[in-house]
Design a protein around this ligand. Sequence first.
Ligand code: SF4
Length: 455
Amino acid sequence: MSKVKTARPNFVSTTNACKLCTPLGASMAFRGVEGAVPFLHGSQGCATYMRRYIISHFREPVDIASSALGEKNAIYGGGPNLKKGILNVMRKYEPKLVGVATTCLTETIGDDVPMYLKEFRNEFGDLDLPELVRVSTPSYNGTHTDGWHGAARSLVEQLCLEKAAPNGRVNILPNMVSCEDVRHLRDICDHFGLGAVILPDISETLDGPALEDYVKIPEGGTPIADIKTMSGAEATIEFGRCLPARTGGVSLEERFGVPNHRMGLPMGLRESDAFFEALEAISGTSLPRRYELERGRLVDAYVDGHKYVFGKRAVVYGEEDLVVGLCAFLSEIGVDVVLAGTGARGKGLEEAIARVTDGVARVAPEVREGVDFHDIAAEAGELAPDMLVGHSKGYRYAEAWGVPLVRVGFPIHDRFGGQRIRTLGYGGAQALFDRVVNAVIGKKQSDSSIGYGYI
Ligand code: SF4
């Protein structure tokens, strides 16, 4: 069995964290809603940092509003700034929804955002108000994935308030996946004849087409009307084996009886099988031939590429559910995950990894929660990995150890196209497998003086 070890207790600082700020995740999720503007209740610097971080990955303009609190507000409270800020956003953007996420500052001073928003609705009820959705995101108590899941749940709980007429749709809560993966999920649901409400849907809002004129709020995102009628769906599928106990899917099941299928991210063969089986059950449609073929090609590729990757050692890090999905995938292709790390704590990472690798993993990985790259680097010599698999913040460590970095997840700041990396379903596993095999081949080629042209 693997052991969960939190960050070593003999120091309190974090060096190159393996996690990001909580409201950053909430901002990304709000960005995946039609006509929405993310709004940070806090200081201007938080919004600037998050915008820069998100823009560098998605290569899209991203506006995040802020209540721009100063020292005075830290003492007297930020209510007036919040209200003024929302009015400004309404005037400049004409949004359909403003997603308000708190920051460290406003959480620390204890600003009562629900009360401020209630007052705002009372004071400005004569205006054409947008939907106002709030989420509490203290960054000292979570990661960007908490912000993402919290925002998704808030959208469901604050917008979907009544039982809607049955609409035959499936709700998909996809977790933090790429724009390409969201597009792929929609295609899959279409091929099963299922209308899907994907919440959030960043496929267009964070990876849009070139336009003649700048638009303040990009097209796309989950339609608000669809969120309001998620209660009429056939079922919800939410991806994640490390999700909070209370999520949008759980809320829909408890309040409206919409069956909630919680499963791992469909990464690799076995986790994808579980997803496709769920779609078969919900839709009453058997697996479309195109996916039978994709699955068959994936198995064929696994056989062909096995000789290159079997027994290689990988260090995997990133968001907790991505790490679980990568472990599921890597273990079934014969790669030994020697260390699996995430910046989050208390998410059941060890149990989730044990479950998805059961019967296929040759070794149980060392599992680290609350880890930073300093901790990972401290163990690297002993672990002797052949590759790193994770986001671009592992680059300098991969360089130092002379091993390839297979980039996946968020953020990817040192390569182009991070928003178009596909990992989900049989097709995503195929793309990932090809990249892993080629990383191993590339390393062998560059290390050799022979000049292999044929491997
Ligand atoms: S102060 Fe808190 S909310 Fe603001 S950027 Fe830093 S971690 Fe995020």
